[in-house]
Design a protein around this ligand. Structure first.
Ligand code: C2E
Ligand code: MG
Ligand code: MG
Length: 584
């Protein structure tokens, strides 16, 4: 009950503000004009109905009384317009106007003036009509309000949603009222969802929304604020009534401070962190869309700066990241609208027997154009979206390959890329475990590809995490080997199973014996350390022959297979299975 009361009061507060900005109500002078016309017409009705006078038109007598009907219609029209245009006040005015006539009508009837009888019944009928009209208007208005409420409210938190934010911003811009918009993106929020389940994540969001809402209402920020929920783990605060940049910054800081207090869900404590970016009207943009983009750019800058809870104010130099912002928007949209999918590129042993597949993320824009991962993965890594991409690919590909493994009793290995950022998060191991449980894919048939940069980023944590993954039985491959920080001593401390030699070395093999020997050395070291070696990007037969000669274990490249759809991958597995059946 309390919860609903709270939500209701939030709704009405924001609704009122939105109404202030958006709902066009009829002007007050119109109300008085209608009342004045009504009174004047009424006076004429009374005068003409009792009059025996006449005027001459075209040599004919026209009694004053004949005009009574016309004035009476004007009266009724005024009454209806009052009810329709001025809602409750109009209805009250109309009822009062109709009721006050009864005493005089009754007195005249008692005095024997029966000509007022039609007027008496018209009055009663008008009261009935006006009441029905009012009930009808109220019902449709409450339905409209409900629809509007649903369209403008975030269902989980009860806060205004992104549409409400846009409407509010447009309203303030129209009124030329200065304000700022702060965007807040929770860092690593999926941790909670992954570790505790979606419901716990929802509870955390509701608690946080309440906390920020209370802060906004308390006025402790020193400014007048409206907290909104953009979507999932993204919030917005509209800040008004600040008199200086310092005041504005302090207000945003209050929301960051409020995050430091722990959140308790089902007896577990969580401390959330978030990235804050803000921009103000009219200093940073003249329209809501640009202002929003600018605040978003500032938020992305905050996210990519290595401080947790960092707050960034928009500055002009961030506009350079416009392209990245657009890409981040597209990624978000693709994820939300299911336009992110995966392809599978086959890997073979040197005898052209299928070893397995690497799952590679693919994304299309709203027009169906394919955007290559080289364009969106780096942006996704910076904006934190890569975790969602990895998640989609991991769950989608394990589900598919798990099914195929059961169907064709296949021993294929599925390789999945994991960004360093994602891997180092708490909860990654849980995610892998869940994917295995859901898909039924045997752990030894899953391989997680990580890049060497993990060795620089956070060695201790990385080693710990990789040990946990291998403890599940899952294999680890080092992707793009040779392009980064190839420390053999670190490599030695990782329980790695596979080295993937980067395509750039395979391409160079042609340029001379030294380059070929370099690849040979990598393969030899790999074998000494007990790793299998995969050559990436094999496009030509010569490369294949060289690799065979220097003892490479597996190849992955356009020569034997491009990234393909799951349907095509199934055909390949089916052919492999049929072949194995004939061998028996
Ligand atoms: P990667 O993991 O090294 O994947 C191999 C890339 O080489 C793929 O590019 C593949 O299409 C390409 N390739 C394979 N054979 C050949 C060949 O013979 N010739 C040429 N020219 N290219 C070949 P793609 O699919 O464009 O992916 C690029 C990179 O994006 C990947 O490199 C990986 O680092 C990243 N990526 C792709 N999917 C994901 C994902 O789901 N999560 C993460 N975190 N990163 C991903
Ligand atoms: Mg890879
Ligand atoms: Mg690679």
């Amino acid at each position: 009950m309390e919860k609903w009361k709270k939500r209701f009061s939030r709704r009405t507060r924001v609704e009122k503000m939105l109404d202030e900005f958006t709902v066009k109500s009829a002007p007050a002078w119109g109300f008085f004009a209608l009342v004045a016309v009504y009174i004047a017409a009424n006076v004429f009705v009374n005068l003409t109905s009792a009059s025996e006078g006449f005027i001459i038109i075209n040599n004919q007598r026209v009694m004053h009384r004949t005009l009574t009907g016309a004035f009476s219609s004007i009266d009724n029209l005024c009454i209806v317009m009052l009810v329709v245009l001025y809602k409750k006040p109009g209805f009250i005015a109309a009822i009062v106007a109709l009721l006050v006539q009864f005493p005089s009508l009754l007195i005249r009837m008692i005095q024997g003036n029966y000509s007022v009888i039609p007027g008496f019944f018209t009055n009663i009928l008008m009261i009935v009509t006006v009441s029905i009209l009012r009930a009808f208007i109220e019902r449709s208005a409450s339905f409209q309000a409900k629809m509007r409420d649903q369209a403008l409210t975030d269902r989980l938190t009860g806060l205004p949603n992104r549409f409400a934010v846009t409407e509010l911003m447009d309203g303030m811009i129209r009124k030329n009222e200065p304000f700022a918009i702060a965007l807040i993106n929770l860092n690593y929020f999926k941790n909670i969802n992954n570790a505790m389940g979606q419901q716990a994540g929802d509870k955390a969001l509701v608690q946080l929304a309440d906390r920020w809402q209370k802060l906004a209402e308390s006025g402790k920020t020193g400014t007048r604020d409206i907290v909104a929920c953009q979507n999932g783990n993204e919030f917005a605060v509209i800040i008004r009534d600040y008199h200086s940049e310092e005041m504005l910054h302090r207000s945003v800081e209050c929301y960051a401070e409020a995050l430091k207090e722990k959140i308790v869900i089902d007896d577990s404590d969580f401390v959330l962190s978030a990235s804050f970016g803000y921009a103000s009207f009219p200093a940073d943009a003249k329209d809501s869309e640009t202002l929003f983009d600018n605040a978003y750019a500032a938020m992305i800058r905050a996210k990519t700066t290595d401080h947790t809870g960092y707050i960034c104010r928009f500055t002009e130099d961030m506009i350079d990241s416009g392209q990245a912002i657009e890409t981040a928007r597209r990624i978000r949209e693709a994820l939300d609208k299911g336009r992110l999918f995966f392809k599978l590129q086959p890997q073979f042993d040197m005898d052209h027997r299928l070893r397995g597949f690497e799952a590679l993320a693919r994304m299309t824009d709203e027009n169906g154009n394919l955007i290559p991962p080289g364009d969106f993965i780096p942006v996704a890594e910076k904006s934190g979206l890569v975790e969602r991409i990895d998640h989609e690919v991991l769950f989608g590909a394990t589900e598919f390959i798990g099914r195929m493994v059961k169907k064709y009793h296949s021993g294929v290995v599925l390789s999945v890329n994991a960004s360093v950022r994602h891997l180092l998060r708490n909860g990654f191991v849980e995610e892998v475990k869940t994917a295995l449980e859901r898909s039924g894919l045997p752990p030894e048939q899953l391989e997680i590809e990580i890049t060497e940069s993990i060795m620089i980023d956070s060695v201790e944590k990385a080693i710990d995490c990789i040990h946990q993954i291998t403890a599940l039985g899952v294999h680890i491959a080092i992707d793009d080997f040779g392009t980064g920080y190839s420390s053999l001593s670190y490599l030695n401390s990782f329980p790695v199973d596979v080295l993937k030699v980067d395509q750039s070395f395979i391409i160079k093999m042609h340029s001379g014996e030294a380059s070929k020997q370099y690849v040979a050395a990598i393969i030899a070291i790999g074998h000494v350390m007990n790793f299998r070696v995969v050559a990436e990007g094999v496009e030509e037969t010569d490369q294949l022959e060289d690799l065979r000669e220097i003892g490479c274990d597996y190849i992955q490249g356009f020569l034997w297979g491009k990234p393909m759809s799951p349907e095509e991958a199934e055909k390949l597995m089916e052919a492999e299975w049929k072949h194995s059946q004939t061998q028996k």
